[in-house]
Design a protein around this ligand. Structure first.
Ligand code: PAF
Length: 279
């Protein structure tokens, strides 16, 4: 697998592809790839002539007490998966390559970042917007691929691309789940055996909410309460948020219509996991 570390190397490769008239897809990741990332890479391979996967644990999207140091890394495995799925290039920069001395330009967003993960992780989305802007400028892809599991991130990236007239298409891919329902996440690796069992309460709450809406429930308060009660029945779970918001603005709604996002973040022990469904 071709792995490059510098911006210049990526640019040279993409320029060569462009000279041949080839289209380019980008899958931005923080590595420790699982089947959720795999589905993004496969989609990108299907829709583009060449695919760049960026593997970069972006320090600017972690708060001071978050898991930047502990975040799992395994470049050999990541590279094998990218190769198997047909990606063309891995961009794996050091933080010093992405954030050169004197770096002081940041992309920030209002409104969409004020709720859900943005409320409990105040620096997070500024870091995500900044690094994704950089990656889009470095790779200049035709399309970039994001998972629906990070639904707020996806809405924010779409908004940023629209607001800043970025010339690429954002493609969303559905949540990939373990057989028992748990949404795939690199952070699942932090869970011990008891916590792994307890973590099922997230997908159970999501499926419960989804069923209520399918059965005609339209009151956000009612659905939120049922989901909250279910999560609270699990002793190892501690709710960060259970919210039902407008699918575009990420602001709370009272009535469930379309597009609406029901999103949860729950600590299982020390591990913070998220899940959601879209109406
Ligand atoms: O979803 C992620 O893994 C990250 O937030 C992203 C989009 C790669 C930016 O660092």
């Amino acid at each position: 697998m071709n792995i490059v570390k510098t911006v210049d190397q990526v640019r040279a490769q993409v320029k060569a592809w462009r000279a041949e008239g080839l289209s380019v897809g980008l899958v931005p990741t923080m590595g420790y790839l699982h089947e959720g990332h795999g589905s993004l890479i496969s989609k990108a391979v299907e829709q583009n002539d060449r695919v760049v996967v960026s593997v970069f644990v972006n320090p600017t999207q972690f708060g001071p007490n978050e898991d930047l140091e502990a975040y799992p890394r395994d470049m050999n495995r990541d590279s094998a998966l990218c190769e198997k799925l047909g990606a063309s290039l891995i961009f794996n920069p050091e933080p010093s390559e992405m954030y050169r001395p004197g770096f002081c330009t940041h992309v920030n967003m209002d409104v969409l970042t004020s709720t859900l993960c943005g409320a409990s992780r105040p620096v997070h989305f500024g870091g995500v917007c900044t690094v994704c802007s950089k990656l889009f400028n470095i790779v200049k892809p035709d399309r970039a691929y994001f998972g629906q599991k990070d639904a707020q991130q996806l809405a924010i990236i779409r908004r940023m691309v629209e607001d800043l007239n970025m010339d690429l298409e954002i493609v969303a891919c559905p949540i990939v789940r373990e057989e028992d329902g748990l949404a795939k996440s690199s952070r699942n690796t932090y869970l011990n055996e008891d916590e792994r069992k307890a973590a099922l309460v997230l997908s159970k709450a999501i499926f419960l909410g989804q069923d209520m809406v399918k059965d005609g429930a339209t009151s956000a308060a009612e659905v939120k309460k049922a989901m909250t009660d279910l999560i609270n029945s699990e002793p190892l779970a501690r709710i960060d948020y259970v919210e039902i918001v407008d699918g575009l603005t990420m602001q709370p709604v009272e009535e469930i219509g379309a597009p609406t996002l029901a999103a949860i973040a729950v600590y299982i022990g020390k591990t913070r996991l998220i899940d959601n469904f879209i109406v």
